[in-house]
Design a protein around this ligand. Sequence first.
Ligand SMILES: C[S@@+](CC[C@H](N)C(=O)[O-])C[C@H]1O[C@@H](n2cnc3c(N)ncnc32)[C@H](O)[C@@H]1O
Length: 220
Amino acid sequence: MTNSTTRPAAGHARTACDTSTPCRPPTDFSAFAGQLVRSPAQIGAIAPSSRHLARAVCSPVPERGQPVVVELGAGTGPFTAEIQRRLDGRGRHLAIEVNATLAKLLRDRYPRVEVIQHDAAHLRQLLDERGIDRADVVISGLPWALFPAATQQQLMDATATVLGPSGSFTAFTYLHAVALTSAHRFRRLLAQRFEEVVPSRTIWRNTPPAFVLHARRPRP
Ligand SMILES: C[S@@+](CC[C@H](N)C(=O)[O-])C[C@H]1O[C@@H](n2cnc3c(N)ncnc32)[C@H](O)[C@@H]1O
């Protein structure tokens, strides 16, 4: 005998939050878009990064050893997933995300990652509280070109001071934003704080297309 309470009637389309079924979690795009509407100046992107961009951004994560990897502005976690794949259980992975909804999503999805809901400008203090002296790699998902000069400076200081002498920092920039004054200012800051800054080829398979900036050897 058919139990009519467990099956929808013929022709009755199930919605995502039908009372007879558990709510489906939001897709990354809808979770991201929801937060974009609430905090456009913090989110700073129209969609989560693609796996192609994630691979390019996360390439400095070493394949051996026990590195400390710090991720800034993890969002829905495209870089988080790639960092976890590369670490494969090694080292430590701290993801700093200021948005409470996104931080919860990351915690639920990546139990091995130390997700910290906080402003990345306080990075030194956040690492101190966890007994971490140095980071080997800092991977940024932050929308640098949207930040005013003082915020860029604060975040760059915070980043450069947690890296060891052979540490590396990676950020990405959207192609359409390269001409912005704030993007030029970010590039100048990078050049001031690191001995070497190498741009990648354009990653066309991302919305919008982007390129990566690999910075190495922070200046003291
Ligand atoms: C452009 S989105 C990128 C998200 C993800 N990394 C990706 O590539 O799809 C920027 C993220 O940085 C976060 N964010 C912005 N300012 C921040 C800050 N000061 N500290 C930590 N996270 C911040 C936003 O909440 C957002 O999730």
